[in-house]
Design a protein around this ligand. Sequence first.
Ligand SMILES: *[C@@H]1O[C@H](CO)[C@@H](O)[C@H](O)[C@H]1NC(C)=O
Ligand SMILES: *[C@@H]1O[C@H](CO)[C@@H](O)[C@H](O)[C@H]1NC(C)=O
Length: 327
Amino acid sequence: MARHPLAALILAAAVGLIIAAVGINATPNLKLPGFREAPAFRNGRVCADAPMIHVAMTLDTTYLRGSLAGVLSILQHTSCPENVTFHFIAIAPFHLLRRTVEASFPSLPFRIYRFDAAVVRGKISSSVRRALDQPLNYARIYLADLLPGAVCRVIYFDSDIVVVDDVSRLWGINLGHHTLGAPEYCHANFTTYFTDRFWSDPDFPRAFSGRGRRPCYFNTGVMVMDLEKWRAGGYTRRLEGWMAVQKKAVRIYELGSLPPFLLVFAGEARGVDGGSEESREDLRAGLAAALPTGFAGEVKGWSIVGISTASEGTMWKAFAAICIRGR
Ligand SMILES: *[C@@H]1O[C@H](CO)[C@@H](O)[C@H](O)[C@H]1NC(C)=O
Ligand SMILES: *[C@@H]1O[C@H](CO)[C@@H](O)[C@H](O)[C@H]1NC(C)=O
């Protein structure tokens, strides 16, 4: 059955909310929640020619449960789990986070990179949501710098994402000439992501002229990035350029790291969520199939108390809000 790449993915924003609600105090005597050891995930027989898939995620204390649930969901649903390499970006407590991943996934091939918060601290202007102002929220801009040059493609997942199908399908999407693939949502009013000051400026709106397609909102929580094109195009510096406008010149947007991405890539990203009725049906089926294992069985095993009490309804709500509404 021909299914669409994003039938694979559920953007479970609900998970993020629940994790936040469970809460972990960032005290000096920090104790992270205990996680059980995950089973070793082994390749199936079809993996001899499977590519190495590179996945990048951030790790911090607040969303640790979400990150680990995300890792688990990826491993559970891919037929070649030993061919997935994880790249974790963390600030602090660096060693404790690394040990937590090691203890939870003893056989996981992963690397952890220290993100220097100072790199972005002076570049972040306060937004309408404080959670968006965290330096780690901007780490996705620096993946091309942080990851080794040999990694030419990476899938970035936010820590509130649960994957319910084989991540290799997302990995395999054809980016064509695009640097970035992401779930697009063209029914949002694009105007509202920027201030009146932005739109009334003689120059700023021209950022969007000459784009391949009409600029649309896209979700930066799931991105397939061609790091070679990214590096060659100097996209980190371009994003920083807009952040500097926002911080030092005029307030051109209200949200955190998303608007710079829109300024640089809207209308130029390869949409990965399709929109046909058929793909939505697949997405529903994928979600239904994922719930019993992803959210009842394993989650209990992971003592993710908050998530295990999340009703199916909550999951569906997040799912509907992001993937079905208006499409
Ligand atoms: C994927 O795993 C298989 C073992 O099942 C291995 O033979 C293959 O080389 C791996 N692929 C890559 C690109 O490392
Ligand atoms: C989008 O939002 C802007 C500013 O709020 C408004 O002026 C415009 O009419 C809206 N467009 C649509 C299509 O709703």
